[in-house]
Design a protein around this ligand. Structure first.
Ligand code: AMP
Ligand code: AMP
Length: 241
């Protein structure tokens, strides 16, 4: 009898452990890592406000690292009991100001934008990445995927297979075919991006955000299991900033 009881207790304990492991495992399929061209956030009808720290660099900024499902849907606002805390990322703040600039109005120091990103998206991967590791992972991914370099070096390379047609006035601003932009990024990063466009105040379709897919460790780029919806014109503007 006692023997049976002890087996039963062991079984219950094992079951509890298994539940814990399963609950702690990830509950999404991959991340979208989304970078944004600030010129295209700012030249819309809505316009923008520079952060209190000053005008951001003329470089892509991070928008977010978003847990997604393979069917194209995504979880959001997964844990209201774990709000963004600046103290968790204090050693990352200066890098975040540079690489993840807020452009919303009125001008802010970024905390609102990062809080929004953590609360809406970051909490949905909290079983794998705590606040510090989530923001650090995004910063590391930006270092691995230098979009500006991918686009400017493709633009400058005369013999590039997909030659980015023109470099007007020796600058990168101008119109490019969507395929030349996609190919320049694929060639440099090794994975096909999704390009999101928006419209400038004159209605031109322009390069707004670049989506890359990332494994659930938030460390390696992968082929996208699914692309978002949306359409760019076949020729799109790379706006100035
Ligand atoms: P999300 O909710 O993460 O899908 O992001 C969309 C929200 O982020 C919208 O409210 C945008 O206005 C806002 N947003 C996008 N880019 C920026 C930015 N650079 N600074 C501040 N807010 C932004
Ligand atoms: P389409 O030009 O719409 O016929 O698309 C041709 C291919 O490019 C398809 O595999 C699409 O999924 C892909 N595609 C279309 N638009 C984009 C985009 N903006 N970014 C990345 N891939 C795209």
């Amino acid at each position: 009898m006692e023997f049976k009881e002890s087996i039963l207790i062991k079984l219950v304990v094992m079951l509890q452990c298994l539940t814990l492991v399963l609950c702690a495992s990830q509950d999404f399929d991959f991340f979208y890592f989304v970078q944004q061209w600030p010129g295209s956030y700012c030249d819309t009808q809505q316009s923008c406000c520079y952060p209190t720290s000053g005008k951001p660099d003329a470089d892509f900024g991070i928008h977010g690292l978003w847990p997604n499902y393979n069917d194209g849907s995504y979880p959001s606002n997964c844990d209201s009991s774990n709000p963004f805390q600046q103290s968790q990322v204090s050693n990352l703040i200066s890098t975040m100001q540079k690489e993840w600039p807020t452009l919303a109005c009125p001008s802010g120091n970024g905390i609102q934008f990062w809080s929004h990103e953590w609360d809406k998206h970051g909490t949905c991967s909290e079983s794998l990445l705590n606040q510090h590791d989530y923001f650090e992972a995004a910063l590391n991914l930006k270092q691995k995927a230098n979009l500006l370099q991918a686009l400017t070096s493709a633009g400058k390379s005369q013999c590039h297979v997909y030659n980015m047609e023109i470099l007007r006035y020796k600058s990168r601003w101008g119109f490019y075919s969507l395929s030349s932009i996609k190919n320049a990024i694929s060639d440099s990063i090794g994975f096909t991006p999704f390009i999101e466009c928006n419209s400038d105040s004159s209605g031109n379709s322009q390069l707004y955000q670049v989506y890359l897919c990332v494994d659930t460790d938030a460390s390696s780029f992968i082929d996208c299991p699914v692309f978002p919806h949306g359409k760019c014109s076949s020729n799109i503007e790379f706006s100035s900033f």
